[in-house]
Design a protein around this ligand. Structure first.
Ligand SMILES: *Cc1c(COP(=O)(O)O)cnc(C)c1O
Length: 402
């Protein structure tokens, strides 16, 4: 029987295919079994505490640990080069587990001024209710983070590339600022995936993923993950992660694991298509601005070349009268779906309206609001370039851009 002895010495393609998976010892089944059982027959006295579990602890209850979910967690550990992984029900359950699990009243959090709206809303609306101070900064310049540090800064939260403006943050530079101050650096690396960037290798303490996006890759399963050292992961569990109840279904874990097997191949196809689409958009007379890390025109292209092994498939672009362009997209797109989410094999596009985001999610004012509006105008299109033929995606967009 094949034993799984994958290590980080194996190549990324091999890890994506075999990492974490082992043929079933009883039947020899080559694909992983889905273990849907919520509970396990126990043959020895077992603790009800979830804070001191390790790999050898027998399975007791699926919200704490499950063999199928465990295989996904091991695969993700190998892909991110992490000691520990906590897979959970969604990207938001990963983010809220980290934020509420590690921050306490009196702590200070520094966070990118724009990022995934759910994360922004937790930080602007819910953390202050728990007496946690939050400072949004433009994280594309690490100096802004340095200047915002306080004695009680416990965590720095960045997203790179960021939603929706595709801004980058220099993970290594920010990790030094965090280490000097004994603060934790969290990176939401959903837009990059472990194929583009492995933040833990660059000095980050925690990586958060929405598995719903590139890692699952097919738009049919919601999931999330937190990756960290064993010590930090146990602090997150101690902070309540498993009690918050965001357990991923073993079926979703299985689907995501199946998707993850082709992640390296898909990422290189996403990048190749996105570069062609970004160049087309840049040359289109009705497009005012294009942000794609793989274009020389991206203001942080040099950092992208250093920090990203793949430029991913996420493009932001702006047109005049975005609302009427969005209406044409809803009515006339034939290949690209006008829908939220990203990282799927299907191309997805959505208009992110600036007033809505500024008022409901980011709550920016002053210089940060001015800078956001300068890039996004009244609204910016977020395009997740899929795996169709680039020529077909381009023809579909050409048709609605006027
Ligand atoms: C989608 C997304 C999330 C939230 O993930 P869900 O799986 O939808 O809960 C968090 N961060 C980023 C960058 C995302 O794109």
């Amino acid at each position: 029987m094949t034993k799984n002895s994958m290590t980080n010495k194996n190549g990324i393609n091999t890890l994506a295919v075999h990492g974490g998976e082992t043929p079933d010892p009883q039947t020899g089944a080559s694909s992983p079994n889905i273990v849907m059982s919520s509970t396990y027959v126990v043959d020895q006295p077992t603790s009800f505490s979830v804070t001191n579990m390790d790999d050898d602890t027998p399975y007791v209850y699926t919200r704490w640990a499950n063999p199928t979910i465990r295989q996904l967690e091991k695969k993700l550990c190998l892909l991110e080069n992490a000691e520990s992984c906590l897979a959970c029900a969604s990207g938001m359950s990963a983010s809220s587990g980290v934020l509420f699990g590690l921050l306490s009243s009196g702590d200070h959090l520094i966070i990118s001024e724009s990022n995934y709206p759910g994360t922004a809303e937790i930080s602007r609306q819910l953390l202050p209710k728990n007496s946690i101070d939050v400072t949004p900064v433009d994280a594309s310049n690490p100096e802004n983070i340095k200047n915002a540090m306080r004695d009680n800064t416990r965590m720095i939260w960045i997203e790179t590339p960021s939603n929706p403006l595709v801004k980058l943050t220099d993970i290594h530079a920010v990790s030094r600022i965090a280490k000097d101050a004994d603060a934790l650096l969290v990176v939401d690396s959903t837009f990059a995936s472990p194929i583009a960037t492995r933040p833990l290798e660059l000095g980050a303490d925690i990586v958060v993923h929405s598995l719903t996006k590139y890692i699952g890759g097919h738009g049919d399963a919601i999931g999330g993950a937190v990756l960290a050292s064993r010590k930090v992961a146990s602090e997150i569990i101690g902070g309540g992660m498993l009690h918050y109840g965001g357990a991923i279904s073993p079926f979703n874990a299985w689907l995501i694991m199946r998707g993850a097997a082709t992640l390296p191949l898909r990422m290189s196809a996403h990048q190749q298509n996105a570069l062609q689409v970004a160049r087309f958009l840049e040359s289109h007379p009705n497009v005012e601005l294009v942000r794609y890390p793989g274009l020389a025109s991206h203001p942080q292209h040099e950092l992208a070349k250093r920090q990203m092994h793949n430029f991913s498939g996420m493009i932001a672009f702006r047109t005049p009268s975005p609302h009427s362009v969005a209406k044409r997209m809803m009515a006339d797109l034939e290949i690209v779906h006008y829908a939220v989410s990203l990282g799927h094999h299907r191309s997805l596009i959505f208009l992110l309206e600036t007033d809505d985001l500024i008022n409901s999610s980011y709550r920016l004012d002053g210089e940060l609001e001015r800078e956001y509006r300068e890039i996004a105008g009244p609204g910016i299109f977020r395009l997740s370039v899929g795996l169709e033929d680039a020529e077909d995606i381009i023809r579909d967009l050409e048709h609605v851009l006027g």
